[in-house]
Each structure stands twice: as structure tokens, then as C-alpha cells.
Design a protein around this ligand. Structure first.
Ligand code: GLC
Length: 432
């Protein structure tokens, strides 16, 4: 609907965001699921709460790194599955202000990122492995799912929902304008009205009418939820959240209408800090994958997992800086861009800025001879520029191209190397 398009306009324009997974699990440094994977009880996990004191936490540095990377919005964990709250909730003692750091980490994050002009989102886990009224025994992933001690234990799930809705209302009302609520995640029968999702969404929209929500009140990285069904529920969310994958050809609903989507991707193979996971994706790969998302009409939410001291891992900082160097020169081919309606050329991808009536040919593999600007009629071309420098690129017509007169060709010069080895972008402004 039109109002939905207006509400998501900034999101589909900005295209590139920072995901931040941080909390007590940064101390054991084996990822954010260790409580579940290692069946760690609340009691055995308490030592991390008692120790948590990220003395180097300086969200202004995080915000600057994100801004320099070309990121326009961020989403940070306010509460992950372990139930630890990084904000000063009046509804629990299990919060960062009660740890040795005594800080409202979310408030500092919001203030620092807003100061850099970056929109702020909050990740909030629907799942809570710390709360006594969240199902334990027999749950799909609760740390105590196999512990006989909890077999037949009574859980007042309505009491948990009252807590969960109450905390989300705190986040809606005590931290200023929040741009995104990123819920995570529904599974089995734990979805939709099991979370009292209609009541929840109405409460949120009452406080923050423009806030965007993901689709995980009724889905997860699995499934799209009703947003792609052609008849979205009241809690379908505003975007689909494919995880650790870029949809092979974007996401359309059952009526073949484009659906707003955002791929969330880790830099290595963990969301939360993992000391031994050095499998970082190279920056040039991430640049190409960001362009792939945009060329398919989607966003990328790229994750960092700060460590127990509150520092972004140096590998992540280096990657963000390298991405930023490319974005500084070529961001116009990402922001405000999307699906071009042109078949993917062999050498790269095409994005289009519909408002600016401009195409961007992303060349990641140099060609023999010249670059064919596929899917484009010469008669539609107003001007062609090398995006990074603004240099004019002439349309080449000679004996080499004479067999393909309908195709506009451009040249990067005599070198067999691309001007930008990561991704060289040709900007084509169209007539009319
Ligand atoms: C999965 C994981 C969770 C992570 C999320 C990010 O839901 O359970 O740890 O925060 O993906 O998309």
C-alpha cells in the first residue's frame, strides 16, 4: 500500500545498516547461543553478569566507524535470548545497570548513533532463557530443555508476556524516537498471537507510529511470514529478514509485488563475539554482496560482535574502513537504488536510481575490449561517467564493436586491470 511505501521509503533508500550483537556472551566469547549449546543454567551463567564491565565501551567510536563505512542505520541488541537487558529496565534486576559497569548501554548507543545522524534500531529477543515463566523443559532450544528438574514445571507464560510487552513499552517511551524494532524469533507454535502480537504491535504503533518492524513476530530466518502472502497480518512487520543468505532473485509476494527485505549477515560466522572465529569475509566480498542486495531490491544489515571490553574487533574495524573507502566514491550507486529491471550482466550487476533516472553498471570482472552496457538503448543515454571520478566515458563505436551496433560499449582504457579492482561503477544518466 502507498502508506507502507512512504513508511519504508527511508529504509529502502538507505540500504546499508549495522547490526550489533553484544552482551554477557561476549565474555565466554563463543557466540551468543552458548547458553543453549552448552546447556548453561542461570546459576552457572551468573558469573558473567557479576564480571561484566566493558571499560572500553565508547559507542561514539562505534557510530563513527559505522558512519565512515557508509551505514545509515543501526540495530543493537537490547535483550538477546539469554535475557540480559542492556538497558535500565524497571521490570528486572537482570540488566546492565546492575552489573559492575552500572551503565545503560542502550541509551549511550542511541545517543551516540543519533549524534552521527544514524537512525537507531533495537533488537529485542522474544525468547528469554533467563525468565522463570518462559518454557524450559522440552522447548526447542532452552538451555534447560533436557533437564528433568524442569520437567512438568509450571510457567506462567502470560506473566512472561506481560514482562516482555512491558519492556518493549519501556523501549518505546524512554529512549526517544526508535526507527526499527527488530524482533527475534518465532518458532514452532511460538509465533503470532502466542506472543500476543496484535496487542503488542498496536501498543508499539501507539507510541511510535513510524517505527519499522521485521517479520519475526511470525517468522524467523526461515519463512517470510504473511508479509509475502499478499494479505499481511497486523503483525507481519514491514520487511522480511533473510538471514545469512541473499535471496537468489529478491523477494516477491504471491502477487509478484516486490517485498521490502533486508539480509542480515555476519562478518565472520558468529553474531556475538567469538574469540577463535577468524573467518572474516573480505571487505571486497561484502561490497559486492551489498551491491547484490541492492540490485535485487534489498538491504544489507552487516553485523559486528564487540568483545567483553566493549571494543569492535580490529578485523571488523578494518573491514568497515575498507567498505567505507568504496562507499565514499560509489555510494550513489547504492543509496536510493534498487532493482534495475535489466538482466545481470556477466561482468557484475546493475542498480537503478529510479528518481534520478540513472543506471549504475557495477563491473567486478574486466572484459576483453570494452564493457557492454547491456539492456540499454543508445538513444536513451544522456551521459556516461565513471562514478568514482566523474570522468566522462564515451560510447565506443569502431570495428571491434561493429557487429553489435545496438549495444553501447564503454572503455576503461588500455589496462587489463579495472580502475577499481573491487567494483568499478559506470554511471549512466538517462534521457527523459
Ligand atoms: C538467529 C539467532 C540469533 C541472531 C539472529 C540474527 O535468530 O538465533 O542469535 O541474533 O539470528 O538474525
Amino acid at each position: 500500500m502507498v502508506e507502507d511505501a512512504k513508511k519504508t521509503a527511508w529504509f529502502t533508500h538507505d540500504r546499508f545498516g549495522l547490526f550489533i550483537h553484544w552482551g554477557l556472551y561476549s565474555i565466554p566469547a563463543r557466540g551468543e547461543w552458548i547458553r543453549s549449546f552448552e546447556c548453561i543454567s542461570n546459576e552457572d551463567y551468573q558469573k558473567y553478569f557479576d564480571e561484566f564491565n566493558p571499560s572500553d565501551y565508547n559507542p561514539s567510536l562505534w557510530a563513527k566507524a559505522a558512519k565512515n563505512a557508509g551505514m545509515k542505520y543501526a540495530v543493537m541488541t537490547a535483550k538477546h535470548h539469554d535475557g540480559f537487558c542492556l538497558f535500565d529496565s524497571a521490570l528486572t534486576d537482570y540488566k546492565s545497570t546492575n552489573t559492575p559497569c552500572k551503565r545503560d548501554l542502550i541509551r549511550e548507543y542511541i545517543e551516540a548513533f543519533r549524534a552521527e545522524g544514524i537512525r537507531v534500531g533495537l533488537y529485542y529477543s522474544l525468547i528469554d532463557w533467563h525468565h522463570p515463566d518462559y518454557p524450559h523443559y522440552g522447548d526447542r532450544q532452552h538451555p534447560m530443555r533436557n533437564n528433568e528438574k524442569y520437567k512438568g514445571a509450571a510457567h506462567n507464560f502470560d506473566n512472561y508476556l506481560k514482562y516482555m510487552h512491558g519492556q518493549i513499552e519501556e523501549l518505546c517511551t524512554k529512549y526517544g524516537k526508535i526507527d526499527i524494532f527488530w524482533f527475534d524469533f518465532s518458532y514452532g507454535d511460538m509465533r503470532g498471537e502466542k506472543w500476543k502480537a496484535t496487542e503488542l504491535v498496536r501498543m508499539i504503533r501507539g507510541h511510535l507510529p513510524d517505527v519499522l518492524m521485521d517479520n519475526r513476530l511470525e517468522a524467523s530466518g526461515e519463512g517470510f511470514g504473511s508479509l509475502a502472502s499478499g494479505s499481511p497480518s497486523e503483525y507481519s512487520g514491514d520487511f522480511v529478514s533473510p538471514e545469512q543468505i541473499i535471496p537468489p532473485s529478491g523477494i516477491l509476494d504471491v502477487n509478484n509485488k516486490p517485498v521490502v527485505w533486508e539480509s542480515c549477515i555476519t562478518m565472520n560466522n558468529h553474531w556475538g563475539f567469538a574469540q577463535t572465529d577468524k573467518n572474516y569475509k573480505p571487505a571486497d566480498m561484502i561490497v559486492k554482496k551489498l551491491v547484490e542486495c541492492v540490485s535485487k531490491g534489498g538491504n544489507m544489515l552487516l553485523n559486528i560482535g564487540p568483545d567483553a571490553k566493549g571494543r569492535i574487533p580490529p578485523e571488523s574495524l578494518d573491514i568497515l574502513a575498507a567498505i567505507g573507502r568504496w562507499m565514499t566514491l560509489n555510494g550513489k550507486s547504492v543509496y536510493g537504488c534498487g532493482f534495475a529491471g535489466i538482466d545481470k550482466p556477466e561482468y557484475g550487476r546493475v542498480t537503478k536510481n529510479i528518481e534520478a533516472n540513472t543506471l549504475y553498471y557495477h563491473v567486478t570482472e574486466n572484459q576483453i575490449g570494452y564493457i557492454p552496457l547491456m539492456g540499454l538503448q543508445k538513444s536513451r543515454i544522456k551521459k556516461v561517467r565513471l562514478l568514482s571520478s566523474g570522468s566522462e566515458m564515451q560510447i565506443i563505436e569502431n570495428w571491434v564493436t561493429s557487429n553489435y551496433e545496438s549495444i553501447p560499449f564503454v572503455s576503461f582504457g588500455d589496462s587489463p586491470l579495472l580502475p577499481d579492482p573491487v567494483n568499478t561503477v559506470v554511471e549512466v544518466e538517462l534521457l527523459g
